[in-house]
Design a protein around this ligand. Structure first.
Ligand code: HEC
Length: 197
């Protein structure tokens, strides 16, 4: 008798399950039934899709407002022209001074890693590449570089000049200032030479 009830109950449960399955007709291509959909369907938009709110085909990823400055980035507003160099020379000041031992030491490292290959260890314009056909840079003891303000030198390193490329992407801002301390110490270490030009 007990066995009969169990089998009957089992049959009933099975029938109920099959019935429920047939009634609900689950669609495997969709989510299961959502009792409280709340945030299941995200309103997030796909990157680069048109922004519906703007209605003019503008993409979701808006361009920064003109004049925006990215965090951690400091704009350099002097164009790579002689006028830009002159203006930078007048307006920019080196935030580091020669009595800052750490900055001087770091400047020496930067110089030997990035500049000496062309300008030479002593700034004579005789770096190793000049012996392999690269046009030698001017001696940093010539009047031009001796009298150049730190601001203008920073402009040369930041935007490049003539055959020298910009070092803005390789040297962070502070390192570009620190290396100038090293150039100054090279200049001070050796007397100025007659300007050949
Ligand atoms: C690929 C070789 C090369 C490297 C590397 C290089 N320079 Fe130059 N640099 C030059 C050349 C060439 C010039 C001359 C550019 C011109 O006016 O035609 C120059 C010019 C300069 C001047 C201006 C000199 C003057 O009298 O007008 C300064 C200052 C200077 N470089 C500093 C640096 C510093 C600091 C570094 C390292 C961060 C550096 N350079 C790395 C090739 C190089």
């Amino acid at each position: 008798m007990k066995g009969v009830i169990s089998i009957g109950l089992l049959a009933l449960v099975l029938a109920a399950l099959i019935g429920a399955h047939w009634l609900l007709l689950p669609d495997p291509s969709r989510r299961n039934w959502e009792f409280f959909p709340d945030m299941v369907e995200s309103v997030a938009v796909d990157a680069q899709s048109p922004a519906a709110a703007l209605d003019d085909g503008t993409q979701i990823d808006l361009r920064p407002v003109p004049g925006s400055v990215a965090r951690g980035y400091s704009p350099f507003e002097y164009p790579a022209t002689p006028e830009g160099a002159a203006l930078a020379g007048q307006q920019l000041r080196n935030p580091f001074t020669a009595d800052d031992a750490d900055a001087v030491a770091r400047g020496a490292v930067v110089y030997s890693n990035f500049c000496a290959v062309c300008h030479g260890g002593a700034g004579r314009g005789d770096g190793t590449v000049t012996r392999r056909g690269v046009p030698p840079p001017p001696d940093l003891h010539l009047d031009n570089a001796m009298q150049m303000t730190d601001g203008k030198m920073y402009h040369v390193i930041t935007t490049g000049q003539g055959n020298m490329a910009s070092y803005a992407s390789q040297l962070e801002r502070d390192d570009r200032w620190r290396v100038i301390l090293h150039v100054r110490s090279l200049q001070a270490a050796q007397p100025a030479v007659e300007d050949a030009q």
